[in-house]
Design a binder for this molecule. Structure first.
Ligand code: G3P
Ligand code: CA
Length: 270
């Protein structure tokens, strides 16, 4: 499109996302409960997200896949084997079959009866309580994810993240106004320039390296380009402190209880 409504729409979307980045930065580093905080409650269940709220988290992360009949299910692995009492590929089971499985029992008897939630269910449960990182783990579900975010009115409280740049391109084609984050499976590279440029090209607001190898230079270069830097997955308190010293904007952790204490202590000292 050469000019007109499309461009105006895009610049509105850009301003809207920039305001979100500013608000996140002003709020200070985010404690992101990874899969709801998987060391404390069964991952990606309503119980884990409720626990994140109870602890005082403002952010949590989830993973989304599609069932055989096209429902969006919140589950990390491509199969149900590790986290439930069932077996089989998520993509080959219907929502009805997924819903019969127990997603709490393997974590602890205390959580027996927890189910694999749909994306709508999680978003409805956390609305007004948590901001969400929604990680797309399956192909061709971008439109449905947008529909779920809009329907549950979580579109202003979520960042959609993915390791696959192609997914983020398609996501922006469906919803240019929704913020996205580029996950990096590699250690943060010594020369951050090319990945920062890629994140910018994708119109992502956030770059998300694995915590190993994150350097001051990486953080500064990405932030100078207008990106938030949020890293994953950090459970060691010493490493949390080191990353906060480097100035990261967010840390994904299985132990949000530990990181929240560190953040509170640092706020008191500031
Ligand atoms: O938030 C990013 C992190 O969740 C990516 O790794 O395997 O836990 O989905 P994974
Ligand atoms: Ca994830």
């Amino acid at each position: 499109m050469a000019s007109g409504a499309g461009e105006r729409g895009n610049s509105r979307a850009t301003r809207h996302i920039a305001a979100g980045v500013k608000a996140w930065r002003e709020e200070g580093p985010a404690c992101i409960a990874h899969r709801g905080g998987l060391a404390l409650a069964p991952e990606n269940t309503l119980a884990s997200f409720a626990n994140a709220v109870k602890l005082g988290c403002k952010w949590a992360e989830l993973d989304v896949r599609a069932s055989r009949d096209g429902a969006l299910a919140v589950i990390h692995d491509s199969t149900v084997d590790r986290t439930t009492n069932g077996t089989g590929a998520v993509a080959e089971l219907s929502l009805r079959q997924l819903k019969k499985l127990d997603a709490g029992l393997k974590f602890s008897r205390r959580f027996a009866g927890q189910r694999i939630p749909t994306l709508d269910q999680v978003l409805r449960a956390v609305r007004g309580k948590l901001n969400m990182l929604v990680e797309i783990k399956a192909k061709n579900i971008e439109r449905q994810v947008v529909a779920s975010l809009r329907k549950t009115r979580m579109d202003t409280s979520a960042v959609v993240i993915c390791f696959d740049p192609e997914v983020l391109v398609r996501f922006k084609q469906v919803a240019s106004d929704l913020p996205t984050g580029l996950l990096l499976s590699l250690r943060a590279p010594k020369e951050p320039g090319p990945l920062v440029a890629l994140a910018r090209r994708l119109r992502a607001c956030c770059i998300m390296p694995s915590h190993e190898g994150v350097t001051k230079e990486f953080v500064e270069k990405a932030q100078a380009a207008g990106l938030l830097v949020s890293t994953w997955t950090v459970n060691d308190p010493g490493r949390m402190e080191a990353l906060l010293d480097l100035g990261v904007d967010g840390i994904g952790t299985d132990r949000p209880d530990v990181l929240l204490k560190i953040l509170a202590r640092r706020r008191r000292r500031a």
